[in-house]
Design a protein around this ligand. Sequence first.
Ligand code: VGL
Ligand code: ZN
Length: 211
Amino acid sequence: MQLRQSDALLVIDMQLDFLPGGALAVTDGDAILPGINALAARFDHVLLTQDWHPRGHISFASTHPGKQPFTDTIETPYGTQALWPDHCIQGTRGADLHPDLNIPHAELILRKGFRRDIDSYSAFTENDQRTTTGLAGYLRERGLIRLFFTGLAYDFCVGFSALAAARLGFESIVIEDLSRAVNLPGSVNATNTGFASTGVQRILSAGLLSQ
Ligand code: VGL
Ligand code: ZN
């Protein structure tokens, strides 16, 4: 696959809390770091995202007495919200990008999930399906219309971002081997079904790295 000037690589949430040893560690999340670095060097335009929650965030099980992370959910004005361990708290070490992420030419770091009462898996549209992050406007204004997604987690922030991008009219491509899943029951199947019905493409990095 030939890269174009209108392409951007989005590197989703490669933060210490999502990597082994972190508060919401994704299994083997660190295994994709070298591949992401190598791929990013091929792209003129790279954007990074950072999950960026205030203390007491609605998605933290600890905010809701008696609730357990991963298994319990809550009902919110915008629907059912999964509950997680405290993670990616603004300004803490766990919210830092992994120091081995080596993409000095990244042009934007987009923070999301900073509203206490709305979670945001997607880098475009928050979980209320209404509030936007402004990213679509930023990309359109810059003429970046074909988007490649890598990072964590496949079944949450990568998946929701790629789906939102496709719905917003971008060409949306997930690089499967440069992502890893949290793997809650059914979450990967739901992600793949959503990709198929929304027109999100799934590719392997080799097709881009061999150019
Ligand atoms: C994520 C759960 C909670 C992610 C963020 O980056 O996939 N997952 N917050
Ligand atoms: Zn989060």
